[in-house]
Design a protein. Structure first.
Length: 277
C-alpha cells in the first residue's frame, strides 16, 4: 500500500465493524497492522471469535452499550448476506449524516443498502479471502452520495488487504463475485484435484499433496511477479510434443477446462443475483 493510503488510516475516525468473521476479522487485523488506532474501533458481533476477543486487549470495544455521543465515521457491514435484513435495522442508529457505509456482503445491492440506510453515502465492495495475507483484490462501487474524501477513506480501508479496483456499473458486481470473490475456492480445488490425480498416477498421497500444493503456490507467485500474461507463461512451460502438451491437449479440449469454468462462473454469477433478493 502506498504511504498516502496508510496515512488515511491515521485519521479515519471511529470505525464500527459489524460482523467479525473470517473476512471481517482478517480486514480488521490488516487495518490495525497499518496503524488504525484500536481505541477508535467498535466491533459488533454476537459471537466474536477468540482472535477478535484477543484484539480487545488493544483497546477495541466489542459490543459496547449504545453511546449517543459516539460519532461513527465508517460503518463496515461484514455479516453474511442472508442475515443482512435482520442486522441492518439494529445498526442503522449508529450512522449520522457524514457516516460512510462500507458493505462487503456478497450480492447485496446499493439499492438494498440504501433502503436500510436512507440518504447515506454507501460503497459496495467485494473482497476475497487472500485479504487475510494482504494479497486480496477488491472491487468497489459507490453510490451517488459518496464524496471524494469518503471514496479515499474506503480505498484506504480496502487497500489494507490488497489491490482495489473501482467500477461505475454495479451490474458487473455479480460477475466480479463469481470470478474473484469465489475464485480462491477454484484454485484450492485445483490443488485438491491435482493431488488426487497424482495419487491415481501412482504417487504416495503425502508426496502428491506436497507436489500439488507447492506447484500451485509457486505458479501463483510466478504469475504475481511476472509481467507476462497467463497464456504466455503457459506456453513457456509447454514444449511441442512433450508431457505438458499431452496434458494440455486434454485440458484445452472442447469439453475441457474452458467451458467448465464458464459454467462455474455463470452459476456463481446467477447465485450472486439471487442473493440480492
Amino acid at each position: 500500500m502506498a504511504q498516502s493510503e496508510k496515512s488515511r488510516l491515521d485519521d479515519i475516525g471511529t470505525l464500527a465493524l459489524v460482523g467479525a468473521g473470517k473476512m471481517g476479522g482478517a480486514m480488521l487485523e490488516g487495518w490495525l497492522a497499518l496503524g488504525l488506532d484500536p481505541r477508535n474501533v467498535v466491533v459488533i458481533d454476537p459471537k466474536p471469535s477468540e482472535d477478535v476477543v484477543t484484539l480487545s486487549r488493544k483497546g477495541i470495544a466489542i459490543n459496547p452499550a449504545a453511546d449517543a455521543n459516539r460519532t461513527i465515521g465508517t460503518l463496515v457491514l461484514a455479516v453474511k448476506p442472508q442475515v443482512a435484513a435482520d442486522v441492518m435495522p439494529s445498526v442503522a442508529g449508529l450512522t449520522g449524516p457524514d457516516t460512510l457505509v462500507l458493505s462487503i456482503m456478497a450480492g447485496k445491492t446499493l439499492g438494498f443498502l440504501q433502503a436500510g440506510f436512507p440518504n447515506a453515502a454507501i460503497v459496495r465492495a467485494m473482497p476475497n479471502t487472500p485479504a487475510a495475507i494482504g494479497r486480496g483484490i477488491t472491487v468497489a462501487v459507490p453510490n451517488a452520495a459518496v464524496t471524494a474524501d469518503q471514496r479515499r477513506r474506503a480505498n484506504a480501508l480496502l487497500a489494507a488487504s490488497g489491490a482495489v479496483e473501482w467500477i461505475s456499473d454495479e451490474n458487473l458486481m455479480d460477475a466480479v463475485t463469481a470470478v474473484s470473490g469465489s475464485g480462491p475456492a477454484y484454485v484450492f480445488l485445483l490443488a485438491e484435484t491435482l493431488a488426487r490425480a497424482g495419487v491415481a498416477a501412482g504417487l504416495p498421497e503425502e508426496l502428491a499433496t506436497k507436489l500439488a500444493r507447492a506447484t500451485v503456490e509457486g505458479s501463483g507467485e510466478l504469475l504475481h511477479r511476472s509481467p507476462l500474461d497467463p497464456a504466455t507463461l503457459r506456453q513457456n512451460v509447454t514444449s511441442p510434443g512433450g508431457t505438458t502438451a499431452a496434458a494440455l491437449e486434454v485440458l484445452m479440449a472442447a469439453d475441457g477446462v474452458d467451458p467448465l469454468m464458464r459454467r462455474a462462473v455463470a452459476a456463481a454469477t446467477k447465485r450472486s443475483r439471487e442473493l440480492a433478493g
